[in-house]
Design a protein around this ligand. Sequence first.
Ligand code: T4K
Length: 400
Amino acid sequence: MTRTLRDLALFGGAPLATTPLHVGAPNIGDRQRLHELLDDALDRRWLTNDGPFVQAFERRVADLVEVEHCVATSSATTGLMLLAACLGLRGEVVLPALTFVATPHAMRWQGLSPVFADVDRATLTLSPASAAAACSSETSAVLGVHLWGTPCDVDGLTRLTAERSCALVFDAAHALGSIAGGRPVGSSGEAEVFSFHATKLCNAFEGGAVATNDARLAAALAEARNFGFAGEDEISGLGINAKMSEVSAAMGLVSLDALDHFVHAHRTNHEHYRVGLAGGRGVTLRDPDSRATPTRPYVVIEVEDEAGLSRDELLAVLRAENVLARRYFFPGCHRVPPYRDDPRSSPVPLPVTEQVLDRVLVLPTGTATSTPAIDRICEVVRCALEHPDEVRAQLATVAR
Ligand code: T4K
């Protein structure tokens, strides 16, 4: 380690980065190709409403995740909402509290009651045992989240939902390219919903995709995302505008073309973090099974109790360096409105979730993050954790 305390920005050194290093800085594919596709759409004067780029995007995603049908949407959030509506879910949906708030919000917008369960310590995905304890006679579905790309215990959740005769769906927002039980994530349960938001491994500016092998469900989703139109003058039922535009689909296609390049960058970055943080005291890089999470979409560290610095203190050190790490998904869905005031939403204890929410930091990765920058981030983390008392004292001085 070459960095000393005096080199840290907190102690007056030059910040590690002159411009902010963001978690979620987008991966961007071939710009020239994107411009060509946008010209095509403009020349064609077909900009949205199930255009040729959207159809091509849907075929590409369906092939990639090995399902028969894919319905592109304006976001994963609207995809989840439509899925709940088209499956006719009622009452309660059991899901992890350790997720982005979009997951319960999508259910709540459909008039459903999200009920939170705990996660498994190893994978940080929904624990089948905790989910079982959270189920009630009102439960119509279990919603697993492949958090940070790590697949859920699909078999365990399948057994649970089969026993209870309720639906099983997945929030696969982080999990394009992940592998569950030897198959790409996307084909389990009734359907799985991917995100193509700008911050995802593969992006369409904004966008989502519902993957399913159920032809009737796919047809219902396609109608529901387009106001419920089943034909030019025919409305099949309640619908909304959740369509993907041709601009988004063009970006999605260009991103899919570059997927191998993006994955290579994420894997290389993850390896640099692994080496750079090895032996660092008090901090652990989450290192999920690389056969199940080969894409390495996120870099997540846990700041342990014995680190000497809290997670938030380490966050402050990094922010001073212009490294804008994030505390995803603090403070936890069960602790924010409208859920925190509803005792029915947290019927079971959430000890793993609560421990993790107070310990994790997500660090920058992707094609926008260079490996030399990662090596320096690791040096900063290690240096700060070698001198916790001095760092805490300096943070207190700066705060005054
Ligand atoms: N389920 C799960 C498990 C999810 O994580 C998400 C979304 C969803 C469902 C819903 O998917 P979508 O409906 O969005 O398709 C961001 C994203 O907006 C959100 O998509 C994502 N998860 C979540 C984890 O992150 P915020 O509120 O943190 O966004 P914001 O604006 O703070 O930006 C995040 C970071 O990315 C910052 O460091 C800045 C950086 N960034 C962002 C954008 C948009 C860039 O560098 N460039 C950009 O263009 O939610």
